[in-house]
Design a protein around this ligand. Structure first.
Ligand code: PLP
Length: 393
């Protein structure tokens, strides 16, 4: 199988598998227990927290382990709102976000806006046709009801890198908490949260070759959060016995990612493969176009989103899978549904083009052979679906 679906999940690194194994065999006691075996597990958890903190440029005490980015996002958004509750007879508070967020943010905000008890409204920053948020619009939306701004760092479908510094600086000037969904960024790009104007950042281990079901929330010191899961663990921020194998796996993944990130040529090598794949597909498939920014500085190194006019993404995905290529349509979680991607629609893509768009995402492990073979297979599959005589390898 050629795996070009790495924004959904990446293959766990061998050292990650070893760390998870070791946790299950040696450190299976409860890290909250006072006995020696429990404290040995606690020590391993804290070492992993140090590794994850170094990966994101934070202090270990700023990191809370969660079950993944969805939970981190939930804790960040509902935690901030809960810490600064308003009476329902007061004017509604506002969250400012974007229409191109992952559904973990989008659906949570929509459900809060629909709940009268939350007394909240949601405003959206405008998005340019290249998938970049208009940061200049933020000051126009902020007022004294603004409780939180939440914007992703890099888009999971197009790889568009958002103007996080600019948005965060505006929030800081106006003293508004800024949450960043950094799930597609952390582990793929050097990150220094301590010096970024970000108060809360959510991320997940399985986006950088760690295990699934484990993630982190960074909360800058001094940020008040009301826990959504009560308990004494994680400095009372997240109750429940820690997922020790997941945490140790995430720590190992962070260590490997830091080594990889230390050499920028690794990223440029994979972005060159991404470009090679894109050019091969565009050259071979009449009418195919790339969705997202054209400026390379605004693109995550591993992602491309390509529209195939007159095609249904689902049909192409299934045929690609049959021929040994993994890709996805829109967010991984929405593949299998026939709805076009809300992200692409928010960028102004016509519905039929959004319907026929696929995301291909590379990883540290992707090879030149992978992208060459995948491009040939994509071209042949599109040809077959369009009823041409192109034969499939
Ligand atoms: N945010 C972004 C940008 C994502 O890409 C994802 C997963 O695809 C999530 C949040 C949710 O992550 P998880 O499935 O680990 O909860």
């Amino acid at each position: 199988m050629i795996d070009l679906d790495n924004n959904a999940t990446t293959r766990p690194d061998d050292t990650v598998v070893a760390a998870v194994n070791r946790a299950l065999r040696e450190f299976w006691h409860n890290p909250s227990s006072v006995h020696r075996a429990g404290q040995a597990a606690r020590q391993q958890v804290e070492l992993a927290r140090q590794s994850v903190a170094r990966l994101v440029g934070a202090q270990p005490r700023d990191i809370t382990f969660t079950s993944g980015a969805t939970e981190s996002i939930d804790l960040a958004i509902r935690g901030i709102l809960g810490a600064t509750r308003r009476r329902t007879d007061q004017p509604p508070r506002t969250i400012i976000t974007t229409p191109i967020e992952h559904e973990a943010v989008r659906d949570l905000c929509a459900s809060l806006a629909a709940d009268p008890a939350a007394n909240l409204r949601v405003l959206h920053l405008p998005v340019r046709p290249d998938g970049i948020v208009d940061a200049d619009a933020l000051p126009l939306l902020i007022d004294d009801t603004t409780a939180l701004v939440s914007v992703q760092w890099a888009n999971n479908e197009t790889g568009a890198i958002q103007p996080i510094e600019h948005l965060g600086a505006t929030c800081r000037t106006r003293r508004i908490p800024f949450h960043c969904d950094a799930t597609q960024w952390v582990g793929k790009m050097p990150t220094d949260l301590a010096s970024a104007p970000i108060d809360l950042a959510s991320f997940s281990a399985h986006k950088f070759h760690g295990p699934k079901g484990i993630g982190g929330l960074y909360a800058r010191q001094g940020v008040r959060l009301r826990p959504t899961l009560r308990g004494t663990q994680e400095r009372e921020r997240r109750g429940g016995t820690e997922n020790v194998p997941g945490i140790l796996g995430m720590g190992a993944a962070a260590e490997v990612a830091m080594i990889w990130l230390a050499d920028p040529s690794h990223r440029s090598a994979i972005s060159a493969l991404r470009d090679r794949f894109e050019h091969a597909v565009i050259d071979a498939v009449p009418g195919a176009v790339v969705n997202g920014p054209t400026n390379p500085a605004l693109r995550l190194w591993n992602t491309t989103n390509i529209a195939f006019p007159r095609l249904e993404a689902e049909a192409l995905l299934l045929l690609l899978s049959e021929k040994g290529v993994c890709a996805s349509a829109g967010a991984a979680c929405s593949s299998g549904s026939l709805d076009p991607s809300p992200v692409l629609l928010a960028m102004g893509l016509p519905t039929d083009l959004a319907h026929g768009s696929l995301r291909f995402s590379l990883s540290r492990e992707t090879t030149r052979q992978d992208v060459d073979d995948a491009a040939t297979i994509v071209a042949a599959c599109v040809g077959r679906l369009r009823g041409s005589s192109a034969s499939i390898a």
